[in-house]
Ligand binder design. Sequence first.
Ligand code: AMP
Length: 417
Amino acid sequence: MDFNTFSLHPQINAGISKAGYTSPTPIQKQTIPVILNGKDVLGLAQTGTGKTAAFVLPILQRLMKGPRGKLRALILAPTRELTEQTHAAITQLGRQTGLRSLTVYGGVSAQPQIRGLRNGVDIVVACPGRLLDLLGQKVIDLRDIQVLVLDEADQMFDMGFLPSIRRIIAALPRKRQTLLFSATMPKEIRSLATEMLHDPITVEISISQPLKSIRHAMYMVEQTGKREMLLNLLDNSGSGQVLVFTRTKHRAKKLAYQLSKAGKSTTALQGNMSQNQRQAAMEKFRKGRVKVLVATDIAARGIDVSKVSHVINYDLPNTAEAYTHRTGRTGRMDRLGTALSLVTPEDLKMVRTIENNMGCTLERRRMEGFEVELNPANRPAPVKNRISRPKSNYRKTTPSNQRKTSNNRQRSYAKSR
Ligand code: AMP
């Protein structure tokens, strides 16, 4: 199957060829015809599957007809990075169409965005907070919106955007096409979908399943041994780029500094940096000028760098969904990738949650010189396909202690990204 099957406008096909796409990905095959038919879509798909083009191409097709410079499509996304990336995809695929898109997000001056809106655009890709501000100032008019996309809806929900999204939707015409994409389907997203979508077609591309192109493995390590282990892993990571995730902004900053001091070409990407600093860091990594990017979850949303050969969880994430998002940054578009997790004894419960969610196990690897003490409650459950098992001694702690630690960690995690 090739893109001609969709009978898209020649100017759009020119953009597809220029982007180097030869055949549609599974989500594009399933979704593009449905969107072209004007149906609402509930898309369950991870990043790295080609979902952006799956909605961008039919939107471009729809907007080819009708008045130019009038805002007719709105894409809501959780982070600035993702809005920029989607905008870049629109610019690339729509380069010959003359359709214009604009990004709208906070943390930067609103003036250029307001000027852009006044000059007339066809598509806005926005984070909900700034969009609501502009709506309040009456500098954006949503009355002609024909298509609404909610991208990475689960992440927008996690970030507390649901009330803002509801207010934005209230300003849109009732008659419109709505497309909702999410990597996971927590019950809140399901009820939002029921509320917002009209008779939707559900398209599901391996929900929460690991991408087949990613190899997942873990190393047991004590908290104090993590940095040394990471340096060893980086020494053996080959020529590809490495994305390292930490739990907090502070840890990302500190670790990036320590890695640089140890001679690794590294930069950080975390929420305390200004938008300009974040963009500069992303640009350095995207262009391959640094090998390692140390990031927090929120800052890393939307990172699309095809040369990422390894994702390393320096700290395990707090949810299985976040694990899917993080690791989906490697193995993109069928390139092979490796996802490694540094796991402390306290993390083993989360490992089991991740494994249950993925429906498979993380390969157990062991690094010489890194011994770990395990207590009985944390002893790993028997798993199939285990390659190697960490050497274990057993230490006693009470289950209530462990629960407390894990709850505290969850609370502080939400604040610190
Ligand atoms: P996404 O899942 O939308 O973040 O896309 C992941 C990556 O796949 C991006 O770098 C896209 O440019 C690329 N991509 C999307 N569709 C195709 C396709 N049909 N053929 C090759 N690459 C694609």
